[in-house]
Design a protein around this ligand. Structure first.
Ligand SMILES: Cc1cc2nc3c(=O)[nH]c(=O)nc-3n(C[C@H](O)[C@H](O)[C@H](O)COP(=O)(O)OP(=O)(O)OC[C@H]3O[C@@H](n4cnc5c(N)ncnc54)[C@H](O)[C@@H]3O)c2cc1C
Length: 433
């Protein structure tokens, strides 16, 4: 029953974006109800227990900006009790042993990410130093990261590294990431630093947020598929779930602009709404494949990211058990690779996975491991509902009053993955509260 003195917020979807919003609103005096279609909460950011290993429904148990980033700051401000441990080293780049080699089978060397410029010629090193200063003052606005590198520093190495970094962190190629978004991401990496791993994996964050919501009187319903958003006089007034209506003062959707728009069946689009629909056509989700590996001995040996720019398809691998051993059975290790699936390769998924498996054989040649699970992410369960840099310009709002979008379908600028989710929630709360 609604407490008439408090405004009511209805949240569609109990993914990270939905739960962050619910926790913030419940602590700000709203009566909050979250509706989740699945029997579990957390969406693409929770653990799946498999053969004693804590795998995940999506994410690689990594928080892109670690314990100082936007997500960590928001969790702390909400009183969500989570321990995020900084990855040290942040990232290491695996190179073939000899210049000119194209694979890792005949040997490899690992260099710290911060030494990437050592592989450039003296002239290109100078150019990158000068360009870094110039872009801080005049951030580039047009073209892709790959085009930017190719225009100013013609170096095959930088293009490969950009593909590996963007593939790992955004499931995009350097050619698909706008320079504007890329430079905002780089500046956030300087500001907040690199990744970290939550002790207990993704689920630790989801459980902590669920505690904040329920302890403050909010309700999370699972197994409740929202089938429509009720709109009256251009204003969202409620939702329908299993044939029954639930009214609210604000509706927050964690399922992206496109899916949310599908639920607004009563709207007769005109004017601003038609322009919004045009924008929705430009949204592109990002897709990827994760290969989960079990081993008796560490395959990587640190908790940072192993970037693999010379692999055929794998962009990078992490081994979170070097930070939280409890994510695997005692004495075992869990390593997970990620590869971006390009938009024109959706129909060749099995071939792409085969190439990823061949990469893993090369990268870990001579080491013993078992492939635990291969997970592909696209369509309605993508890596990002809206790939970085493809977010619509209405951001977290919609043409329908009191209807807001959070989650990775409406990320804050320069926020990698869940950092973008947190920044988007911050933007939304600034509008609402
Ligand atoms: C392979 C892969 C690797 C990744 N790695 C990382 C990483 O290491 N670090 C990182 O920061 N990010 C990573 N990400 C991205 C991260 O997982 C997502 O950005 C984040 O989980 C998105 O959260 P969300 O709340 O936007 O959406 P979701 O998690 O998708 O939540 C939406 C929820 O809404 C529910 N729902 C949908 N429709 C309805 C409906 N009609 N009614 C009710 N409920 C509904 C869904 O079931 C779901 O639970 C990765 C993603 C993938 C797939």
């Amino acid at each position: 029953m609604n407490d008439a003195s408090r405004p009511v917020a209805i949240i569609i979807g109990a993914g990270l974006g939905g739960l962050l919003s619910a926790a913030k609103l419940v602590r700000s005096g709203y009566e909050v109800e979250v509706f989740e279609r699945l029997p579990i909460i957390g969406g693409r950011f929770t653990n799946i227990e498999y053969q004693g290993f804590s795998l995940s429904t999506g994410a690689l148990h990594m928080i892109p900006n670690g314990p100082a980033g936007p997500l960590a700051q928001m969790l702390e401000s909400l009183g969500a009790d989570v321990n995020i441990v900084r990855s040290d080293p942040m990232a290491v780049i695996r190179l073939p042993a000899k210049t000119g080699d194209t694979d890792y089978i005949s040997g490899y060397k690992d260099i710290p990410f911060s030494d990437f410029a050592e592989l450039l010629s003296a002239f290109n090193k100078l150019k990158i130093t000068v360009l870094t200063i110039i872009t801080k003052i005049f951030p580039p606005k047009n073209g892709s990261l790959e085009e930017w590198f190719t225009r100013y520093i013609k170096d095959e190495w930088l293009v490969k590294l950009a593909d590996s970094f963007c593939g790992w962190s955004l499931s995009l190629r350097g050619a698909d990431l706008s320079t504007k978004e890329a430079f905002m991401i780089f500046s956030n990496l300087y500001r907040y630093s690199g990744p970290g791993v939550p002790i207990g994996g993704c689920k630790a964050i989801i459980d902590a947020l669920a505690d904040v919501i329920t302890l403050n009187g909010g309700t999370i319903h699972t197994g409740k598929d929202v089938s429509g958003i009720l709109v009256k006089d251009g204003r969202a007034v409620g939702i329908t779930v299993n044939g029954s209506k639930h009214t609210g003062d604000i509706i927050i959707s964690d399922i992206g602009h496109i899916e949310t728009n599908r639920l607004c069946m009563d709207v007769e689009p005109s004017g601003e709404y038609l322009r919004y629909l045009e924008q929705l056509k430009k949204i592109k989700p990002s897709a990827g494949v994760k290969i989960c590996l079990a081993a008796d001995e560490p395959l990587i040996g640190h908790g940072g990211v192993l970037l693999t720019p010379y692999a055929r398809r794998i962009n990078g691998i992490n081994e979170v058990t070097n930070i939280d051993p409890n994510l695997a059975p005692p004495g075992k290790h869990l390593a997970v690779s990620h590869q971006c699936i390009q938009w024109n390769k959706f129909n060749e998924l099995e071939h792409e996975i085969d190439l990823g498996l061949q990469d893993i054989e090369d990268i870990f040649a001579g080491k013993k491991y078992k492939v635990l699970l291969i997970q592909s992410h696209s369509g309605e369960w993508p890596v990002n509902r809206s790939a970085s840099g493809f977010d619509v310009n209405v951001k977290n709002t919609t043409p329908i009053k009191n209807l807001f979008i959070v989650g990775d379908g409406a990320k804050g600028e320069g926020g990698i993955e869940v950092e973008g989710v947190a920044l988007g929630v911050v933007n939304t709360m600034e509008i609402i509260l």
